[in-house]
Design a protein around this ligand. Structure first.
Ligand code: ADP
Length: 256
């Protein structure tokens, strides 16, 4: 059950009664479970054809390269990039279902977070030409963490910053540290979030209901997964935002 209630007080301040609703959410939970099972099954089934599609595209690209067919090489590179996007999406779904069933495990190693952030920012700079990505680097920030998973958190936050802000604006990635923790922030000049939505963006399947959102595709799982990954590393994740001005997403990780 989910309780949504307001207390009422007598003149001397003692609470006297509650008014509100007591909602039976059994059905909603079963719905979520069905949604999860379905997503897990579809994602799993999609992996095989996508892997083979990728292999064929690579084969064609090698041939086109040999034949000096620049147009085909270019078209295949674009197809490959789209396939990579699809793979990221599917891996997100698979991670979601693993997370829900408690099967996600962390592969913890000591590494320099500064290098990982720099690598991801560089990649983001070359794979898009819609935004100016500014990077304020840090140096020698050792953490004990799962580099792949933290990488997917950073990627996710950068992709959201690009997705929810207009072309031609700036996305600023800042890496910093103090004696206890490393902090990464990703700031955009985009549509922003209302105070009411800021905390809910980390909920599963949550997407803001706004007119602009109709043209931006998504499933509302990226931030949920990111938050779960950061929390499992004993870090924190949060956002600051103002509607129409832009958002900044932050996360921290304890230093090694
Ligand atoms: P998705 O982007 O696939 O919908 P996410 O879990 O990554 O899923 O984000 C959840 C929601 O949070 C988004 O649908 C969007 O409404 C909001 N959101 C996320 N990042 C930003 C951002 N940088 N600026 C504004 N809104 C954002």
């Amino acid at each position: 059950y989910k309780l949504n209630a307001l207390p009422h007080y007598s003149i001397d301040g003692t609470p006297t009664y509650l008014t509100g609703t007591l909602l039976d959410i059994t059905e909603q939970k079963e719905d979520d479970q069905r949604k999860n099972d379905f997503i897990a099954m579809v994602s799993h089934e999609l992996k095989t054809p996508i892997t083979s599609l990728k292999a064929y595209i690579q084969l064609l690209a090698v041939n086109a390269q040999k034949a000096g067919d620049a147009f085909t090489v270019n078209a295949l590179a674009k197809s490959n990039a789209q396939i990579n996007k699809m793979t990221t999406l599917i891996n997100g779904f698979l991670n979601l279902s693993r997370l829900e069933s408690g099967k996600i495990s962390l592969d913890i190693k000591r590494f320099d977070l500064a290098l990982l952030v720099a690598e991801i920012v560089d990649e983001a700079k070359t794979t898009q030409n819609t935004h100016t990505i500014i990077y304020e680097p840090c140096e020698g920030v050792l953490v004990n963490a799962d580099a792949d998973k933290i990488g997917s958190v950073i990627n996710n936050l950068i992709n959201n910053a690009l997705k929810y802000s207009p072309r031609g604006t700036e996305v600023t990635v800042v890496c910093s540290s103090n004696t206890a923790e490393a902090r990464v922030s990703i700031k955009d000049q985009g549509i922003g979030l209302s105070p009411k939505d800021i905390d809910r963006v980390f909920d599963r399947f949550f997407r803001v209901e706004a007119p602009q959102m109709q043209t931006i595709s998504g499933f509302g799982i990226g931030l949920y997964l990111s938050a779960e990954i950061v929390r499992r590393h004993n870090g924190h994740i949060w956002a600051k935002s103002e509607i129409g001005k832009g958002s900044t997403f932050y996360f921290t990780l304890p230093l090694a």
